[in-house]
Design a protein around this ligand. Sequence first.
Ligand code: PLP
Length: 392
Amino acid sequence: MINQEMFDLGAEPNKIRELFAFGLERKAAIGAENVFDYSIGNPSVPAPDCVTQAFRDLLQMDPVVLHEYTPSPGDPQVRAAIADYLTRTFGLAATPGNVYVTSGASSAIAITLSAVCEPGDEVIVISPYFPEYRTWTHTAGCTLVEVPAQVPNFQPDVAAIEAAITERTSAIIVNSPNNPVGAVYSRESLTALCDMLARKEAELGRRIFLVADEPYREITYGAEVPYLPSLYVDTIVCYSFSKSLSLPGERIGYIYVSDRMLDAGAIFTAVCGAGRALGYICAPVMLQRAVAKCLGTPSDVEAYAANREILTRGLTELGYEFVEPEGAFYLWVRALESDAVAFSERAKDFELLLVPSDSFGATGWVRLSYCIARDTIERSMPAFKALKESYR
Ligand code: PLP
């Protein structure tokens, strides 16, 4: 009667959203100020003024024209503005024909995987990883192959990735700055990864696409974020404005397929086809036009940097172990027992909402989203202390 796979997906609890919903209930019951909700990655800094001004200006347009469908890959002027921005910023010539505007990175990745993979192919992810990669890979009819990152620096383990590549590998998803760990992949690791991928492509005689998932590109605390299309020709960039412009609910991003890659035109056509097959008529039009006016607007990284400082200092004093975050706004903290789900449950007793690492394909850790009010972080410290003491 119904598609069992889709039913299972709908019924499967998403731990992040489950905790977020639990937090809303607790806030209603005991007051928002008494719940320390580190569950979800909703940016806590407001969208920059540029976005508000762009919306004001857009509302002056003829409403019939303003709200029209755009061509599926996006408004030609918006694609041109993005291409121009990419060329200016990264020094590789991009054209409007290389840019497909999407409803955020989620649809960008789902479209890209469907465009470049055949059913039965394998997609490599570096664990821990963003949980929806599993969903999009399966929807493309492919198998997810998890390769753990190196511990303790959480950089890609190039030798292990090489060992995981088979004659069915068609893509690897690379997310740096990383959710959930906060690592930023170094130029050295990425160069080693890209050199190995190029060698494997030649050896196997097949394309291995690097899908660069980049919602956090601009959110770093000083680390360099190398531009992957410069390091590896078969890179497809999946960008999002959800975090850089604090617009997560608005759904806007893009795919960039560089002309430098072999058969770039055919790959872009497959992207258009996958977008069509998945039901994306065009990305939200007001958002397309608004972000085109705000390309390059700096994110308020200072706010996240201050949160990071308060949180890491506080947890260090309490003796928690964590990965020093270099980017994004997540902290990867070692659970105080081997079962991270049990640890997350225990944390709830102290009104701390921490996502267990099992959701990200790893055991024994929890993820804290610190894109929350600074004051909440400060007031949560006694709760972290009590949680730690409960394990004595
Ligand atoms: N990829 C990563 C690593 C993310 O953290 C997120 C959102 O949190 C996404 C993709 C999806 O982002 P978007 O809101 O652009 O769909």
